[in-house]
Write a new protein. Structure first.
Length: 655
């Protein structure tokens, strides 16, 4: 039997046991401590009551993360973490606010009526291994190009289990992933991928744009489980993941098996995709090391000669006293320095200098190459071969493009190119330097702006004298909304688009195109609603270059909704490093939901009884006719703990 006050190590042979020394109760009260897999119990001599102490999820996961960077370390006995109620409370807290939880899965249930009993039932099924995920309910949502995108809706219980699995997998793999991967990871985003590209791809001569055919639908289950076995030695845990992979989906009342791909709409799909493509990330890291050649690019011999002449002239100017000779040498010095600034410093065709850079976001990746086009073709062929033989994936030969770096490659909605520019700028010492040549440019294409404005129905394109002219249009479908609601919608759309493209080198140009069209589209929408002219709208609501509409607040006070006026300045303060700046640490969110459920006090009538959590999709849908609606609006929460009696009234519409 273990020593009193200690906890058993979770990982066999681990130097850092997950079961840490527990805080002791008073020696007079604590007479024994027994262990059961996953749970510790204290017996109190005062009343003989058994008190259950669950392990804190933050501590459990952060201790797991200690071994995340150890490539050969294998995790054991992970499955029993799923017996910890606190893990499910944390998962519930993390995902409860998503509106999609109010959409029923194939079991007909939503997040509404959530209670402790549902979590206890889940854990009991997991312990006995009778738990089986429900097939996802497949629906189709329209895409911007008019086509339909399939979307899977899992049941809420499955979402809870998946969120717990996701937290465990993220802890295990986050330190294991390569720094070149940016999709679906903490502290990483599209912006970090783009800034990493801009910081590390300077001087590239060619780009290879990667395109994997139907990646998320073609992930091979056996390959994925095989990759996970390299890190996880727990058959129960892997068996559970395989159950999710094989859960299938329901479409028009027909069940469809899933023989490949990740769970439709599943919470664990992104992390599983990253685990799968991490093998490719590591392959590219090794490939880049093999491809690398030379420490520095060979210097341009012409520049070397000119530099020698410049140094000689500078030295002679200090020695010569003759004014005529001094003037002549000074003129020659200026001419030689000007020539140097307009010549490449290195030999672009140096055969002894090679570099390869790589960055990936989800299934999109970009490779920058300092080398020849023939070498790029070899790299493309090697990548295709690796994908097919090792990952059972197929690269699209037509869409995996080799692009000259001075042309425009596409990545995450941006156009990427390397600037060839001998423009100069003085440094702090007053010396002219070429700061721009060879730098990577993130360019926002005009077509992207046009496509966005067209999708928002704010743009009309006309052709005058063979030239395309953009004109703003009003949005008739918004005229039934209140004025401040129309302004709020425009603000949200402008901020969303600008925030994504704010790191583009030409972001400031947004004001002259996107900002202008959106502003005058708003004026025209107001004019249509108020049946007046644009000039009258501007005179009424615009003052000192600020356009604002009044509305009445919750307490009856007059407020103003101001139209976006924060400009479109390029953001340059997003710094990225080669590695994560901070080690991965899991932070437990506030457990207010679980605490409210455990308290078992009805927030409507105040009675202490068996309770469930009542959820609504949006607070704005509550008109305050019933007491429970007024209570939720006052609390400003989309959740309300209610007893069985109050819950029956709410469900029947009598409350």
């Amino acid at each position: 039997m273990p020593k009193l006050g200690c906890r058993k190590a979770m990982n066999k042979g681990s130097e850092n046991p997950i079961w840490q020394r527990s805080s002791r109760s008073s020696p007079s009260k604590l007479i024994a401590c027994t262990w059961r897999r996953g749970t510790a119990y204290n017996f109190n001599t005062n009343n003989g009551k058994r008190e259950r102490r669950m392990r804190n999820p933050e501590k459990v996961l952060n201790i797991l993360s200690v071994h995340s960077k150890e490539l050969r370390y294998k995790y054991e006995r992970l499955y029993r973490i799923l017996f910890n109620e606190q893990m499910f409370y944390t998962a519930y807290q993390r995902i409860h606010a998503k509106p999609g939880n109010m959409t029923p899965g194939t079991d007909g249930r939503t997040i509404d009526q959530m209670g402790i009993e549902r979590i206890e039932k889940l854990i009991a099924d997991l312990k006995s291994e009778v738990y089986t995920p429900n097939p996802a309910r497949r629906i189709y949502i329209p895409k911007k190009n008019g086509k339909l995108r399939p979307l899977g809706i899992p049941s809420f219980e499955d979402k809870l289990v998946q969120e717990v699995i996701r937290m465990i997998l993220e802890t295990i793999y986050e330190g294991h992933f390569e720094w070149t991967s940016h999709g679906f990871r903490p502290h990483k985003s599209c912006h970090t991928a783009l800034k990493s590209l801009q910081n590390n791809f300077n001087g590239s001569k060619w780009f290879i744009e990667g395109d994997i055919k139907g990646f998320f639908d073609n992930i091979d289950h056996n390959v994925l489980i095989g990759i996970m076995k390299e890190r996880i030695e727990d058959e129960k845990f892997l068996r559970l993941i395989r159950k999710f992979l094989k859960a299938g989906y329901m479409e028009e009342c027909h069940f469809n098996n899933t023989y490949s791909g990740t769970p439709q709409g599943g919470i664990i799909s992104p992390i599983l995709a990253n685990i799968y493509l991490d093998k490719f990330d590591k392959y590219m890291e090794e490939y880049a090391m093999r491809f690398k050649n030379g420490e520095v690019r060979q210097r341009n011999k012409e520049i070397s000669k000119l530099n020698n002449r410049v140094h000689y002239l500078k030295k002679r100017l200090k020695e010569v006293d003759d004014a005529e000779k001094t003037a002549s040498m000074a003129e020659e010095l200026r001419e030689k320095q000007k020539q140097i600034l307009h010549m490449p410093s290195g030999n672009d065709m140096d055969k002894m200098f090679r570099r390869l850079k790589y960055v990936r976001y989800a299934d999109d990746f970009l490779i920058g190459v300092i080398g020849t086009k023939d070498e790029c073709k070899t790299i493309k062929a090697d990548i295709s071969k690796y994908m097919q033989e090792m990952l059972q994936l197929e690269m699209s030969d037509e869409k995996t493009l080799i692009t000259n770096a001075q042309d425009h490659a596409k990545f995450l909605g941006y156009e990427i190119y390397v600037r060839k520019d001998y423009a100069t700028k003085r440094n702090s010492n007053g010396t002219l330097r070429r700061y721009f040549n060879g730098n990577v440019v993130l360019h926002l294409p005009k077509e992207v702006i046009k496509k966005k404005l067209t999708a928002l129905q704010t743009l009309k394109v006309e052709t005058l004298k063979g030239k395309e002219v953009w004109k703003p249009t009003g949005r008739t479908y918004l005229i039934d909304n209140d004025l401040h609601e129309i302004v709020a919608r425009y603000n949200t759309e402008i901020r969303g688009f600008y925030n994504y493209y704010s790191i583009a080198n030409n972001a400031s140009a947004l004001g002259r195109s996107f900002g202008y069209i959106m502003e005058y589209s708003l004026y025209k929408t107001f004019a249509q609603k108020l049946n007046c002219s644009v000039r009258e709208v501007m005179n009424k609501y615009r003052k000192d270059k600020v356009f604002a509409t009044p509305y009445t607040g919750a307490k009856g006070e007059t407020k103003y909704r101001v139209f976006y006026n924060e400009g479109f300045k390029r953001k340059t303060d997003l710094g990225t490093s080669k590695c994560d700046n901070l080690p991965y640490l899991f932070k437990t969110p506030s457990s207010s939901l679980a605490e409210r459920l455990i308290e078992s006090r009805c927030e409507l009538c105040g009675e202490n009884d068996k309770v469930v959590m009542h959820h609504v999709r949006k607070l704005s849908l509550l008109n305050g006719e019933n007491e429970w609606e007024r209570k939720m609006r006052k609390m400003h929460r989309k959740t309300l703990v209610v007893c069985e009696r109050c819950n029956s009234k709410i469900q029947s519409g009598n409350s």
